[in-house]
Design a protein around this ligand. Structure first.
Ligand SMILES: [Zn+2]
Length: 72
């Protein structure tokens, strides 16, 4: 797998996902991804290892995230 931006090799790692819900920012740490060794661009890929949805309750509202850290 190669970086879609610069074509360098990507390595498995974790990144921090920031989602703007419109009312607040939700930050999910340690989101599994593949990260470019050159430019650092993260390519999210669900490899099944951490395919667990996470639900956070913020200010009385529930937000559910998939394993890529995206709001669903
Ligand atoms: Zn790159």
């Amino acid at each position: 797998m190669r970086c879609s931006k610069c074509g360098a090799t990507v390595e498995k790692g974790v990144t921090t996902s920031v989602t703007d819900t419109g009312e607040c920012l939700v930050i999910v740490r340690n989101v599994p991804c593949y990260k470019c060794v050159e430019c650092g661009m993260a390519a999210f890929k669900n490899d099944g290892v951490m395919a667990v949805n996470e639900t956070l309750t913020i200010s009385g509202k529930e937000y559910t995230f998939n394993a890529s850290g995206e709001l669903i």
